[in-house]
Ligand binder design. Structure first.
Ligand SMILES: *Cc1c(COP(=O)(O)O)cnc(C)c1O
Length: 497
């Protein structure tokens, strides 16, 4: 069995196994003509269940051949131009190469004696990101597993800072703490509030405008209400790229209100962080430099494999709220010796060297290269908006600031039959829902769904520069066909335009 452990004695086996895995994935990618096979869970489950985990195959090639049947053949492929659903990007090859290094060397980014140079590389990337944001000389941060964890940590720091600030006036009970975010803020804000022991009504929803951006006047109103009611606004969470619309909250106005109310400003740029490297659209993030903390998800708009995220703070001393000492790992005396360690800043202990993926990507492609790719998908989204806006089969909700389009199919009356009976809103909902499911089951394309004002909508999240407007037009045709067929409207109606 030792021959299966990576060491100086097994480099041949290592080379062979990893090469076999790479070759298998490359062959699968080369042969994949759609983003998904369309398989249903009940069709796949028996094959997974039939594998006897007590009977090993003893050989990587055999295990990979088996994997073809239970995973690779039916995986959902984000690299495919007709994968248009969630915030998943095609991944940069330099980052995939880095994954091989990460797994083989297996550094753990908690202490220097488990990571050595890796800690320095992660720190450089944190400094680089903070500089791109403009957080100033006292900034710091740490890589995390994703935006959810980044948001949780930022809100933990904000809560502790609020508690520290008001300590002189008596401890603030959790019951009085509030977090303000727009109605389009990410659900991890609510989850974080719960994990942080805040009450169910702690997250105050601030109304948004037609473009799905937080209304500063409404935020001001809510902050004043906190003052009146004696509650403590622990943080305002502004979103730079909402998940469903890609809308960017008005950061300068929100920052000014936070400054006036001495409230922590967290900017959730999990999606919009790609603008930090955009050669043409960096200005859309103006105001982000005034944040107290920022979430960035490199695995969304920097073309990085999952996981790759970071939380940044303007004032590194805030990270002390995540610092706990343990004799076996990071005793107080080590801090005095000035040995760099990341565990003092992190909610995790053992932690992957995810930073290496971004490092390798920047060293190969450069920041402008990454940003240019993000620009391409933002441009594509605008072209797709024109398509949708001009297409009577669809209603599109807003013109995108980033690369997300939320829309719905609507039935049209044909010129031949202008008096066709009106179709109920519930039936239209059901047609949209059905269209998404039918498309997924066909495997020809994958789109997402969401609800807008109580009505079912469809969503395209464009992160693949290889997707063309022809792809989008073809997918819209498929959606319209599935939806019309569901309502039994027949195909001629759909093709009439
Ligand atoms: C995706 C997303 C998150 C959560 O990030 P994960 O990496 O999925 O945990 C948080 N905020 C916004 C705005 C997001 O789009």
């Amino acid at each position: 069995m030792r021959s299966h452990l990576l060491s100086d004695a097994t480099t041949k086996e290592y080379h062979r196994s990893v090469t076999q895995a790479v070759e298998r994935v490359a062959a699968t990618l080369a042969a994949t003509d759609r983003p998904f096979s369309g398989i249903a869970p009940e069709a796949l489950a028996p094959d997974v269940d039939a594998i006897d985990l007590e009977r090993p195959l003893g050989d990587t090639a055999a295990a990979l051949a088996e994997l073809e049947k239970v995973y690779l053949r039916d995986a959902v492929y984000f690299h495919h131009p007709r994968y248009l659903a969630h915030l998943n990007c095609p991944v940069a090859i330099p980052a995939v190469a880095a994954e091989a290094v990460i797994a083989a060397v297996n550094s753990s980014l908690d202490t220097w004696d488990q990571s050595a140079g890796a800690t320095l590389i992660e720190r450089r990337l944190i400094d680089w990101t903070a500089a791109r944001i403009g957080l100033g000389p006292a900034a710091d941060g740490v890589f995390t597993s994703g935006g959810t964890q980044s948001n949780l940590q930022a809100l933990l720091l904000a809560r502790e800072e609020a508690a520290a600030r008001t300590a002189g006036t008596g401890a603030v009970p959790a019951a009085r703490m509030r977090i303000l975010t727009s109605e389009y803020g990410h659900f991890s804000v609510r989850k974080s509030a719960m994990l942080l022991g805040l009450p169910a009504d702690a997250v105050v929803t601030v109304p948004a405008d037609q473009e799905r951006r937080m209304q500063p006047a409404a935020l001001e109103h809510e902050l004043e209400r906190c003052v009146r009611e004696g509650t403590v606004p622990v943080a305002v969470v502004a979103t730079a790229g909402t998940t469903d619309f890609g809308s960017i909250d008005p950061l300068p106005q929100i920052a000014a209100l936070c400054a006036r109310h001495r409230t922590w400003l967290h900017v959730d740029a999990a999606y919009g962080c790609g603008l930090l490297v955009s050669p043409t659209r960096r200005h859309l993030l103006a105001g982000i430099e005034q944040a107290d903390s920022v979430t960035v998800d490199y695995h969304k708009s920097f073309f990085q494999p999952v996981s790759s995220s970071a939380v940044l703070v303007r004032d590194r001393t805030a990270l002390r709220h995540a610092t706990y000492h343990s004799d076996y790992l990071n005793p107080r005396r080590a801090a005095a010796e000035n040995i760099p360690n990341q565990v003092d800043k992190s909610l995790q202990t053992t932690r992957r060297f995810d930073a290496l993926k971004l490092w390798t990507t920047l060293r190969v492609m450069g920041a402008d290269g990454v940003g240019a790719l993000f620009d391409e998908v933002v441009d594509l989204a605008d072209r797709a908006w024109h398509l949708l806006a001009a297409d009577p089969r669809f209603e599109v909700v807003t013109r995108p600031a980033l690369s997300t389009l939320t829309f719905r199919w609507v039935p049209r009356r044909t010129p031949e039959d202008p008096a066709a009976p009106a179709i109920s809103p519930a039936a239209i909902d059901s047609a949209n829902l059905h269209a998404r499911k039918a498309l997924f089951a066909s495997g020809e394309a994958v789109v997402a769904g969401t609800t807008v004002a109580g009505r079912h909508h469809l969503k395209l999240t464009l992160l693949n520069p290889r997707t063309t407007t022809d792809d989008i037009a073809a997918v819209l045709d498929l959606i319209a066909e599935h939806a019309a067929r569901h309502l039994d409207l027949g195909e001629p109606l759909v093709h009439a335009c």
